[in-house]
Design a binder for this molecule. Structure first.
Ligand code: ADP
Ligand code: MG
Length: 420
């Protein structure tokens, strides 16, 4: 029919406007590198805030954390239990939709993570927009419930001691507040010292990496002993004329809570991906379910369209078109994330070459989108390979940092307590 032909023409045009050929990805990567330099040169010098997150060694003795964004991790420790990064620690991870309480048992300097448990609680939307008192009451109640479930520490001395402390009354204090991306970086580095950057692909998206202190012109303070600092890029706010933006992206942005801001995030992250396809109705997990539908009659797509859009029956060709739409949007997001990572690697490479050092970079990735949307993560990883093929020296490793942010936060709580 003519209507169908028109719909297909729109789909083709959309596909073309969302295109991310390799040349465009290179331009985006280069633009990311340029913005990184600008953001490090001066405060407000770029759309990228390039926040200096802390000073001192990562993993060993972290002494100072500042700059907290909306997403945060609170490290809560048992009073007096934290000597030599040993003991039971709690971390709170507040994201865009979920809130996690994490319990980590650290076995001391060389003992690593002995045990790790977490509970995920979804945050009712009215609490995210309501008063902070109500939100924190909710968080505290969830934490108290989680703490009360403790009791599987076994014969471990630290655990027994902790239980005894619990018996005489819960005595805890918040020791640090950490950005979730920085927490992921700290956690990733705990397991693998070659981790140089962390990227979160969840409800939102962000990246953090380890920078040489001398490469941060806007830093006028004392140079840390390690010579390194962590930069929380806040890369969700990146924008560039090279980004493939369509009229649909402009509409989505205009109707968002923060028009003109977080443009990179709006074409990449889980909060917006689904909306790109059917504004306000389709959540990314549903998009992902349709995209991964392998049945010959695309019955998952059919049932989602029925449930979500209340279209009782759909033709196979319409279902196929929907899958194609999911593919276009996910592919663009995944390939642009890869370009962003390459931007970071390029920024570091230049400095690395200058210092005559060689490093095999490992990037820690985490977040619900990366973890659960396998077509997205697969596409991102192959785009990375494609982009790095020509760079002779680069041999990048991608690691899934499972709950790395929680472990990172617990580590920070532990090391922080040494200064109490
Ligand atoms: P945050 O910490 O910001 O709340 P998470 O890392 O917990 O984010 O990831 C949650 C996000 O991951 C959801 O908002 C959603 O966009 C995405 N997500 C969760 N499950 C899936 C899925 N099955 N497929 C695709 N995306 C998913
Ligand atoms: Mg999170």
């Amino acid at each position: 029919s003519r209507k169908w032909a028109r719909a297909m023409a729109i789909l083709r045009e959309f596909e073309e406007n969302c295109g991310t050929p390799i040349g465009k990805l290179r331009q985006v990567a280069d633009a990311m590198t340029v913005e990184m330099h600008a953001g490090l040169a001066s405060e407000g010098g770029s759309k990228l805030k390039m926040l200096i997150s802390y000073v001192d060694n990562l993993g060993d003795s972290i002494s100072l954390f500042k700059h907290i964004s909306k997403q945060f991790l609170a490290c809560i420790e048992w009073k007096d239990s934290a000597r030599d990064e040993k003991g039971l620690f709690y971390a709170l991870d507040l994201g865009g939709t979920n809130f996690r309480v994490i319990r980590v048992l650290l076995g001391g300097k060389h003992g690593g993570v002995v045990k790790q448990e977490f509970e995920e609680v979804s945050i009712p939307p009215h609490l995210m927009t309501g008063s902070s008192d109500a939100l924190f009451d909710y968080i505290a109640a969830a934490l108290a419930r989680f703490v009360a479930t403790e009791g599987e520490v076994g014969q471990d001395v630290v655990g027994e001691l902790t239980k005894a402390m619990e018996r005489i009354g819960l005595d805890m204090c918040v020791s640090a507040l950490v950005n979730d991306t920085v927490g992921t970086l700290a956690g990733g580095r705990f397991y693998n010292p070659d981790v140089i950057a962390a990227v979160i692909l969840g409800t939102g998206t962000n990246a953090a990496y380890v920078e040489r202190a001398h490469a941060i012109p806007k830093w006028h303070g004392l140079l840390p002993n390690s010579g390194e600092m962590v930069i929380n890029m806040e890369w969700g706010n990146f924008r560039s004329s090279h980004l493939p933006l369509t009229e649909y992206d402009q509409d989505l942005d205009a109707e968002s809570l923060n028009p003109g801001e977080q443009i990179f995030e709006k074409i990449i992250s889980g909060m917006y991906l689904g909306e790109e396809i059917i504004p306000f109705i389709l959540r990314t997990p549903n998009m992902s379910a349709m995209h991964h539908d392998t049945s010959s009659d695309l019955r998952v797509v059919g049932s989602k369209l029925k449930d979500i859009l209340e279209i009782p029956s759909t033709s196979l060709k319409m279902r196929k078109a929907i899958v194609e739409l999911c593919d276009i949007v996910a592919t663009r997001g995944a390939r642009l994330s890869a370009a962003g990572i390459v931007g970071i690697l390029k920024k570091l490479e230049r400095d690395t070459v200058k210092d005559g050092e060689k490093q095999k970079p490992v990037v820690a990735l985490d977040g619900g989108l990366y973890e659960h949307y396998s077509k997205f993560s697969t596409c991102m990883e192959s785009a990375l390979k494609e982009l790095l093929r020509e760079e002779v020296s680069d041999n990048i490793v991608i690691e899934h940092s499972n709950d790395g942010s929680g472990i990172g936060a617990a580590l920070l709580a532990a090391s922080h307590s040494q200064y109490l």
